[in-house]
Design a protein around this ligand. Structure first.
Ligand code: AMP
Length: 417
């Protein structure tokens, strides 16, 4: 199927050609026709599937058609809510790219930066607003934003909103939207809380599910290294000696951990930067641009900051820490293997993280191959240290901890669809 067959207007087709898109992706094929007809949509898809264009193209086309009837209107007609600033910027770039021939205006707002530039844009008038929830509420309270003319509403990465504790904000924003509107909700997973939201905000939605969570990961070559916590940095340096790792996105569970990894890599002469919530927006954007431009070889990120990172040709994802939510593992490794290309995901697993590994393998329904024979294997000393046991009891310790699933379910409210 081609974009022509999707009945897109020629200015949009031209813009897509300029982007180098020749054929629609699966989610675009499935979502664009019902969205052009004005239907609500529930999209189960993650980044890398082309979901942004799947909702941006029909919004642009419908807005373009309506534009003629209300020339000069300064009202915001489409709202896209995203969990992070990076994703908001990326969605904004997509609207600009696909709508380059349409004369529609979009604006991106997010927290952590001065609001001046954003309010200036709002005052001039925009058709499409891309926003993170906190700054949006803030500017709504200051009366810079009126949502009463919204006709198109997208809630992007709804499950991530939940992970970030943003659902209450999202609900408050929704309460300000007109009742008659077209709503699109995208989520890679469907925790209970999000299912409830789906039922309350979507009307008879078309359901589109692409690349089910487990099959996305199939094209990515995954492996796990059992390693002692204090040897993880040595293992990382050892792996990065391999020059075939052209670019690597390294995940750390904490900001502190991310900074520590950066220090260790710099000491070893590796070009690296970090991206996490304690960094200013400018520093995060700069780190991302340097990584995209291949000025840095390694980008160290925490999960929240990494949301929305879109890097073409990312060869490796390295999980320095395993996440305690198995869905996060899928989000992380989905950074590589984009648009159907293969990728490599390497995960470090220490004694404490074995329960997380077990949960991940259950979710993706496969056993991740273990790399044997690397220089820093998890040894009896590491296990003993963790357990505080004596040598006499060590024999049983490994066996017991292998079966131990304690605390892996902590803070877990989500399940996969
Ligand atoms: P997304 O899932 O929206 O984050 O998109 C993932 C990547 O796929 C982005 O780099 C898009 O530019 C790219 N993309 C989206 N649609 C297409 C298409 N039809 N053909 C080629 N690349 C695409």
């Amino acid at each position: 199927m081609s974009f022509e067959e999707l009945n897109l207007i020629s200015p949009i087709r031209e813009a897509l050609k300029k982007e180098g898109y020749t054929t629609p992706t699966e989610i675009q094929r499935q979502a664009i026709p019902p969205l052009l007809e004005g239907k609500d949509l529930l999209g189960c898809a993650q980044t890398g599937t082309g979901k942004t264009a799947a909702f941006a193209i029909p919004i642009l086309q419908n807005l373009c058609k309506e534009q003629r009837d209300r020339k000069g209107s300064k009202n915001i007609k489409a709202l896209i809510l995203t969990p992070t600033r990076e994703l908001a910027l990326q969605v904004g770039e997509s609207f600009t790219a696909y709508g380059r021939n349409l004369g529609l205006r979009n604006g991106v707002i997010f927290g952590g930066v001065s609001q001046k530039h954003q309010t200036d844009i709002l005052m001039k008038g925009i058709d499409i607003l891309i926003a993170t929830p906190g700054r949006l509420l803030d500017l709504m309270n200051q009366k810079y934003i009126d949502l009463s003319h919204i006709k198109y509403f997208v809630l992007d990465e709804a499950d991530r909103m939940l992970d970030m504790g943003l659902v209450a904000d999202v609900k408050r924003i929704i309460s300000h939207l007109p009742g008659v509107r077209q709503t699109m909700l995208f989520s890679a997973t469907m925790p209970k809380e999000i299912s409830k939201l789906v039922d309350s905000i979507l009307t008879d939605p078309v359901r589109v599910a692409v690349t089910p969570i487990s099959s996305t990961v199939d094209i990515i070559e995954q492996s796990v290294f059992f390693v002692g916590k204090k040897h993880k940095k040595h293992l990382l340096l050892h792996l990065l000696k391999d020059k075939s790792i052209a670019s690597a996105l390294v995940f750390s569970r904490t900001r502190y951990g991310a900074d520590k990894i950066v220090k260790d890599l710099i000491k070893a002469g590796i070009k690296v930067q970090a991206i996490h919530g304690s960094k200013s927006q400018a520093a995060r954007q700069q780190a991302l641009n340097n990584f995209k431009a291949k000025k840095t070889r390694v980008l160290v990120a925490t999960d929240i900051a990494a949301r929305g990172i879109d890097v073409d040709e990312l060869s490796h994802v390295i999980n320095f820490d395993l996440p305690n939510m198995p869905e996060t593992y899928v989000h992380r490794i989905g950074r590589t293997g984009r648009a159907g290309l293969g990728g490599v995901a390497l995960s470090f697993c220490d004694e404490d993280e074995k329960p997380y590994l077990k949960d991940i393998q259950k979710l993706i329904a496969k056993i991740i191959p273990v790399v044997e024979g690397h220089p820093y294997p998890l040894n009896r000393m590491d296990v003993e240290e963790k357990k505080g046991t004596t040598k006499n009891t060590t024999k049983n310790t490994t066996k017991n901890t292998m079966n131990n699933t304690h605390n892996a379910k902590d803070n877990r409210s989500s399940k996969t669809i």
